[in-house]
Structures are given as structure tokens and as C-alpha cells.
Design a protein around this ligand. Structure first.
Ligand code: NDP
Length: 312
């Protein structure tokens, strides 16, 4: 039995979603003192934070902070927060339901694109009766950028649906039924539908740009459920305007909510969804948060830690 390391654990809760869960967290772990940024008269007594939608500077007052539990899977904003000392451990949310939720979204838009839903929707608007041959999924190759928690689950579901699945990841990833490429452009070259599920890091920021779009097949579809900053918006608009890419399904954006003036809203070849590809539910996330806080309190190894130098 390990010794409790933090007898009086003080946790600051920051962010809209985290605040919604405040009472439930307190109830689930009564011996911990949860508080809002206004609660702590002395922020130096706070050792841990539970955060959603973090914004830089919000953690600056907590100089003795040792651990941040994110309610989001993507922790790019936290990793990039210059006010968070390098020794603060960050855990991301790995909720068992999120990959299932993401795979449902990805399967929905892959099937919709595969069956030319985007084309028929445009044609209906213009009352155009255009028959298009419908190949089976086994004749269609889907390329996955990122084969982590989300990408690997999506791969499994797409394979079950019959698609040819190829993928790209930083390190070699043996995944049954998936052809994994070292070379990004070689992967894009064979993919008719490309799904982005990469984390946002210095290496992946702006990856979806004119160069990568030109490596994609004419008529390819992009589904971006990673992060908005993976995409150079103007390059994507150009690839769509020139009909090199047929359609883009975008769930994430450089600025969220997507500004009303942005061309993505009205572009006939863009589908906009409001960052909802994989939502976290309190029911499944709460036990993950409580377990990690308990581990922190007891000085045990933490789950789902982010490699801060790698950036994800
Ligand atoms: P993981 O960390 O489990 O997986 C990330 C994958 O990306 C890994 O396969 C990793 O490679 C690969 N990767 C990272 N950097 C590179 C690189 N430079 N070149 C090639 N491959 C790279 O993350 P998740 O699957 O859990 O989540 C991925 C992202 O999805 C999150 O970071 C978040 O931004 C986004 N997301 C979006 C949501 C939405 O609602 N739209 C919801 C949840 C998450 P390797 O396997 O070698 O490490």
C-alpha cells in the first residue's frame, strides 16, 4: 500500500465543461478540495488542475502546480502554454467511448463521401439528375493521418465496412489490415478519402497545405477531425475552387466558432460541423479523472501522460 503523498489535495477547476462537472467531481472524491479560480485565496496551495478549453495564462497563478488533467484528448493548447513550467505533468483525456464516437463520425462521412452524398446534395440544389456509378467500399481506399487511439479505432471500423485502409503515423504501427506508409505523399497518392486525426504539434501544424493537397488524387475528399491549425485555409479553398479536391468535411477550424464571414460557411464543396466529431461524456470521463487524481494523491504513476517534448 503506497503512502498518501498529498494529504490535503487542492484542485483548481478551469473551463466551461470542467465547471459543469464540478459538483459531480466533488461528490465522487469528497476528500479532495475542488475549487474555482475564485475559491483559492492562496493559489500556491493548489497542486493539481482539471481543465477544459484552457487558455494561456489561466494557470499562471498556481506556481506549485504539479499536475494538469485535461478533459480533452487534444492537449495542444496546454502543451503550447508558455506559462506552464516544463516539470508540470499533463494528462490528456483518454475516454473509452471517445474512439467509438469518433469512429461513428468518421464512418458516417466516409460512407457519405464514398456514395457521393456531397455531389448529390449539390445536384439536388441545382435540380440536376446525374447518375454516378457507385463502386463498392472494397474498391475505395481511405487514408488515415494518425493511427493513435482514434485513428486505430477508425481503421478497424472502416475495414469492417469493407474499405481499403492505408495510414500514416510518426512511428511504425503494425495494424491488422492497414497498409502503413512512411512517406506521407505516397499515402496521399493512393487515397481517395483522407481523414486527418493527427495531434497538433510543431511538426503537424499547417501540414494540410498546397503541397499535400496537390499530392492527393484529383477528386479526393478531405475529412478533418484533427485540429483546424493543421489546415492552411486559403490553400484548401484554392484546391476546392479549382475542383482538384471534390469536397471537404471540416469539424475543426483555425478560429472556433468559425467566424460568420469565413468562406467555409457558404462554400458548396464544404461541410461544416461545430467541433463535435467525438464528444466526451461525463459518465465515462469522470472515472478517468477521479482515478488519475487518486493516483496523484497517492504518488502512483499517472495515466495518459503527455510527452511534453514530443507535443502529444
Ligand atoms: P494519439 O496520441 O493516440 O495518436 C496520434 C497519432 O498521430 C499517432 O499515430 C502518432 O504517431 C501520429 N503522429 C503524431 N505526430 C505525428 C507526425 N509528426 N507525423 C506522423 N504521425 C504523427 O491521439 P488521438 O488519436 O487520441 O487523438 C488525435 C487528435 O484528434 C487529438 O490530438 C485531437 O487534436 C483530435 N481530436 C479531435 C476531436 C474532435 O471532436 N474533432 C476529439 C478528440 C480528439 P505514433 O503512433 O507514432 O505516436
Amino acid at each position: 500500500v503506497s503512502e498518501p503523498v498529498h494529504n490535503a489535495l487542492n484542485v483548481v477547476v478551469i473551463g466551461k465543461q470542467a465547471m459543469n462537472w464540478f459538483d459531480a467531481m466533488q461528490k465522487a472524491y469528497p476528500s479532495v478540495r475542488f475549487g474555482t479560480p475564485d475559491t483559492w485565496s492562496d493559489p500556491l496551495t493548489v497542486q493539481a488542475a482539471v481543465v477544459s478549453e484552457p487558455n494561456a495564462l489561466s494557470l499562471r497563478p498556481y506556481e506549485n502546480l504539479q499536475f494538469v488533467q485535461s478533459l480533452w484528448m487534444g492537449v495542444d493548447a496546454l502543451v503550447a502554454d508558455p506559462t506552464l513550467p516544463a516539470n508540470v505533468r499533463i494528462a490528456r483525456m483518454v475516454d473509452p467511448d471517445m474512439p467509438i464516437s469518433m469512429a461513428e463520425t468518421v464512418a458516417a462521412y466516409v460512407l457519405w463521401s464514398h456514395r457521393f452524398g456531397d455531389v448529390f446534395q449539390r445536384n439536388q440544389r441545382d435540380q440536376i439528375w446525374q447518375e454516378i456509378a457507385q463502386p463498392l467500399a472494397r474498391r475505395r481506399t481511405v487514408g488515415l493521418l494518425g493511427l493513435g487511439t482514434l485513428g486505430s479505432q477508425c481503421a478497424r471500423v472502416l475495414i469492417q465496412l469493407g474499405f481499403q485502409v492505408v495510414g500514416w503515423s510518426r512511428t511504425a504501427k503494425p495494424l491488422s489490415g492497414v497498409q502503413v506508409f512512411d512517406d506521407l505523399h505516397a499515402m496521399l497518392d493512393v487515397s481517395e478519402i483522407v481523414v486527418n486525426m493527427l495531434p497538433l504539434t510543431e511538426q503537424t501544424r499547417g501540414l494540410l497545405c498546397a503541397r499535400t493537397f496537390s499530392a492527393m488524387q484529383p477528386g479526393a475528399v478531405l475529412i478533418n477531425v484533427g485540429r483546424g491549425a493543421h489546415v492552411i485555409d486559403n490553400d484548401l479553398l484554392e484546391a476546392l475552387d479549382s475542383n482538384h479536391l471534390r469536397h471537404a468535411v471540416l469539424d475543426v477550424f483555425n478560429v472556433e466558432p468559425l467566424p460568420t464571414v469565413h468562406r467555409f460557411w457558404t462554400h458548396p464543396s464544404v461541410t461544416v460541423t461545430p467541433h463535435v466529431a467525438a464528444d466526451s461524456s461525463q459518465e465515462t470521463c469522470m472515472p478517468v479523472v477521479i482515478e488519475n487524481l487518486r493516483r496523484f494523491a497517492e504518488g502512483l504513476p499517472l495515466n495518459n501522460l503527455v510527452d511534453r517534448t514530443r507535443g502529444y
